[in-house]
Design a protein around this ligand. Structure first.
Ligand SMILES: Cc1cc2nc3c(=O)[nH]c(=O)nc-3n(C[C@H](O)[C@H](O)[C@H](O)COP(=O)(O)OP(=O)(O)OC[C@H]3O[C@@H](n4cnc5c(N)ncnc54)[C@H](O)[C@@H]3O)c2cc1C
Length: 408
């Protein structure tokens, strides 16, 4: 027996679950296939990581009706302080310059998971297969057939469109022989949630140090989420330090802007690379989120970019369905591709350039970047552009981000 759907989403991580939420009351039949339960240690999307949600992401989550639940666990970012350890350059981005309550917010991956994945299968038009794994698929002219294993049983699903939201090692992308442009940074991100000596006051910090960039994000319950980029060669040592040594080393690099750190939670590490798929659509298949592009986490843009993919794809699909067009046809999917291209390129370029610029030890580059930061601090139009990019509100916004209903 084959179960029939309009859209089959592989991956119920932050991005796949967001797409399912967006489409849940648009009259389309949605299937979500996710390998890991929310509380599993192997769930890659919903762990303890601090996730910076751009202001534009808040607007999309509001459009999906999820923001009021998510907002109870978030901490606002009212300003971002960017500095270069041991050098004179620094810049600040401030919420008041754009007349908004906050530039963004910070949640933990786990809290996002509670609101995105949990209860997804209870929505009227959504079938959640979890834990279940997509093992094979076959694309034909009219449809896509998908094979899923769930509790050692094999299920057959058929849909008009398969959405690959299966992460940076996307099996769907591989099976379609879609190549990637990949740059291994030779670095890993070490994350840990810290208790600072001074209470968070809505400031996020980006600090560039000789041993790699450090982001410090204000979290609920008086904590700060640390994302520290370390060279591969130093990773084992950093992970082996006891809590006291770890706090000491972080303190030395970060300084005392948050007083003396008191405690550090569980440490995890993630190898870092820039991955961009060479194609984001094929007939009856669309790639979104990390399956299409995975960026360095230092600027906190990965999920923000992915939820914008989800909001745009949802709009393109709802409009196609309303007009009686084929959801999986290339003409439909090209609309998604064209709309998303510029934003995806801008974020990949901005993130990659920042990482390279701030890990370059050459003295002239250092001086140039410090002057650049000071100039940025003074120059309003450039600063405004950068702030809006961080906020995820540059360019054409989807209906969900403009307070409009997806179904017209
Ligand atoms: C340390 C760190 C900090 C970060 N901080 C930020 C931040 O501050 N702000 C921000 O915007 N982004 C941040 N990111 C990036 C963000 O976490 C990712 O962009 C986001 O998780 C991508 O979501 P995704 O759903 O596309 O992919 P994933 O999170 O990889 O999810 C893919 C899902 O697909 C499932 N799956 C895979 N294969 C199959 C299969 N065959 N069958 C069924 N299911 C399958 C997996 O189980 C998984 O749940 C950070 C990333 C890291 C590593």
């Amino acid at each position: 027996m084959c179960l029939e759907f309009d859209v089959i989403i592989v991956g119920g991580g932050m991005v796949g679950a967001s797409l399912a939420r967006a489409l849940s009351d648009c009259g389309l039949r949605i299937a979500v296939v996710e390998s890991w339960l929310l509380d599993s240690d192997r769930q890659p999307s919903y762990d303890d990581r601090a996730v910076a949600l751009a202001y534009g992401t808040r607007l999309i989550l509001e459009g999906m009706g999820l923001w009021s639940a998510i907002s109870t666990d978030v901490e606002p970012i009212r300003q971002i302080h960017v500095s270069d350890r041991g050098h004179f350059g620094f810049t600040r981005l401030h919420h008041e310059s754009l007349n908004v309550e906050a530039l963004g917010y910070v949640a933990t991956g786990h809290d996002l998971g509670k609101n995105l994945l949990q209860g997804l299968g209870d929505l009227p038009n959504v079938a959640l297969f979890c834990p279940a794994t997509l093992v094979d698929f076959d694309v034909s002219e009219e449809s896509v057939q998908v094979k899923v294993t769930q509790a050692e049983t094999e299920l057959a699903l058929r849909g008009r469109l398969l959405v690959a939201a299966d992460g940076s090692r996307s099996m769907v992308r591989e099976r379609l022989s879609i190549g990637v442009r990949e740059w291994e940074y030779g670095q890993s991100a070490v994350i840990s949630n810290l208790t600072p000596g001074e209470l968070p006051r809505g400031t996020a910090f980006e600090r560039f140090t000789e041993s790699g960039p450090m982001a410090m994000l204000p979290l609920n319950k008086g904590r700060y989420g640390l994302i520290w980029t370390v060279e591969e060669a130093d990773l084992a040592e950093v992970m082996a330090w006891d809590e006291r040594e770890f706090l000491l080393q972080v303190q030395q690099r970060f300084g005392y802007r948050l007083g003396r750190f008191q405690r550090a939670g569980r440490r995890s590490s993630y190898p870092l690379s820039l991955v961009r798929a060479k194609a984001h659509i094929r007939s009856r298949v669309a790639l979104i989120g990390n399956a299409a592009h995975a960026v360095h986490p230092i600027t906190g843009q990965g999920f923000n970019l992915g939820i914008r993919d989800a909001a745009v794809l949802a709009e393109v699909l709802v409009d196609a369905d309303r007009d009686g067009r084929d959801l999986g046809a290339l003409e439909t999917l090209n609309l998604y591709l064209d709309w998303r291209r510029r934003d995806q390129q801008a974020v990949a370029l901005m993130t990659d350039s920042l990482v390279r610029l701030f890990t370059n030890p050459l003295p002239p580059i250092r001086v140039a970047r410090d002057i650049g930061m000071l100039a940025l601090d003074l120059a309003s139009p450039a600063k405004r552009f950068l702030t809006r990019q961080f906020m995820g509100i540059n360019g054409r916004l989807p209906r969900l981000a403009r307070g409009l209903s997806l179904v017209r």
